[in-house]
Design a binder for this molecule. Structure first.
Ligand SMILES: Nc1ncnc2c1ncn2[C@@H]1O[C@H](COP(=O)(O)OP(=O)(O)O)[C@@H](O)[C@H]1O
Ligand SMILES: CC(C)(COP(=O)(O)O)[C@@H](O)C(=O)NCCC(=O)O
Length: 329
């Protein structure tokens, strides 16, 4: 006699949770991993980090960014191992040495990308395996103002089409290929434009951090419709800095308010005019810029790339990272 099929336990009938390539961690879960992090910060280093000029809470450094620097240090070691295996396989045929580890840092205007990138640069350079850490921001590849004007893109600054994306990708590809010296144009927030004749020089770093709004954008298809290699294809790791739009807008306005009392006072500043009107009028301009440029860019172009990052840092209203999602698949 055939025995009846036993009914499945109730839990097995429940639909499976949607598969996600990420493991989600609370701040407490993540910071507990710092016990596995060698190289605690010395008093001297704490002082040096303060000297970066950013308002960084040191608990934040210990709880969030120190474990991240350890994770990245592990990734760099593992990637070197893979490189060795590939070189053994290829032999004379195209083996490659001096390939830096490339980290992309993405997120909205004013979410704190530059602060995260500068912090990572300082923390990663402490490891004896990779002391030379270079940081480049993608603003150097914005089209010069004259060109933006000619193409009708002045009010699209920061949108993907406002960059020379080909030159940016070539720049990172050249560094990754181990070229001795690679140069990039330089953008100045002071003059709100590319600085004529100035170049940033990058010489064979161990790690390259590439920070910018659109670094996780997929490559544009070529004219023949074929897929091209894009910037993010050169990344070994990427971080997306995330926060609620209302918080980011507040940080943007606060930064504008602070700059109005400092950098905008410089007679060469593009924004000097906003020091001569009332704070409310100046903030009206900043609110309009947020509403018409930075917010639409965040929603249309930046946020959709979040799911391509290796790590998503989710900040609360006080800039403190509350949750993290790390790719495991
Ligand atoms: N961890 C932090 N703690 C406090 N303030 C921060 C932190 N990170 C960024 N900020 C502030 O938020 C604003 C935006 O940060 P910034 O790094 O300039 O952003 P982005 O490079 O994304 O435009 C700045 O005024 C900065 O001082
Ligand atoms: C220079 C930026 C486009 C950021 O560029 P990124 O470093 O991300 O390539 C941005 O800071 C900016 O100036 N946006 C234009 C609108 C505004 O003035 O806020």
């Amino acid at each position: 006699m055939i025995s009846p099929v036993p009914s499945l336990p109730r839990s097995a009938h429940r639909s499976r949770p949607e598969a996600t390539p990420y493991v989600d961690l609370t701040r407490a879960e993540w910071s507990a991993l710092r016990d596995k992090t060698p190289l605690p910060l010395t008093a001297e280093e704490v002082e040096r980090l303060r000297g970066l000029g950013d308002v960084i809470d040191l608990d934040e450094v210990r709880d969030v960014y120190l474990p991240l620097s350890r994770l990245l240090n592990l990734y760099v070691g593992a990637t070197d191992g893979l490189r060795g295996a590939l070189n053994t396989f290829l032999g004379e045929k195209g083996s490659q040495s001096g390939t830096p580890f490339v980290i992309g840092v993405a997120g909205s205007v004013a979410v704190g990308k530059s602060t995260v990138a500068r912090l990572l640069q300082a923390l990663l350079a402490r490891w004896p395996e990779h002391p030379r850490v270079e940081l480049v921001t993608t603003d150097g590849f914005l089209l010069p103002m004259k060109e933006l004007q000619a193409r009708g893109l002045v009010s699209r600054k920061g949108f993907p089409e406002s960059y020379d994306r080909r030159a940016l990708t070539r720049f990172v590809a050249d560094i990754k290929a181990g070229k001795d010296e690679v140069t990039a144009p330089v953008y100045s927030h002071l003059i709100y434009d590319i600085v004529p004749g100035e170049r940033l020089v990058v010489r064979r770093p161990d790690i390259l951090i590439v920070e910018g709004l659109n670094v996780l954008q997929p490559a544009l298809p070529g004219k023949d419709g074929r897929t091209r290699v894009g910037l993010a294809d050169y990344f070994d790791f990427s971080v997306y800095v995330d926060a609620k739009e209302e918080d980011i807008q507040r940080w943007y306005l606060n930064r504008f308010r602070k700059l109005r009392q400092t950098a905008f006072q410089n007679p060469s500043s593009y924004f000097q005019k906003y020091t001569r009107v009332s704070e409310e009028e100046a903030l009206d301009y900043a609110r309009t810029t947020w509403r018409t440029i930075n917010k639409p860019n965040l929603l249309e172009n930046v946020a959709p790339t979040r799911g391509r990052a290796t790590l998503i840092l989710r900040k609360g209203p006080d800039h403190k990272v509350q949750r993290l999602s790390l790719r495991k698949l």
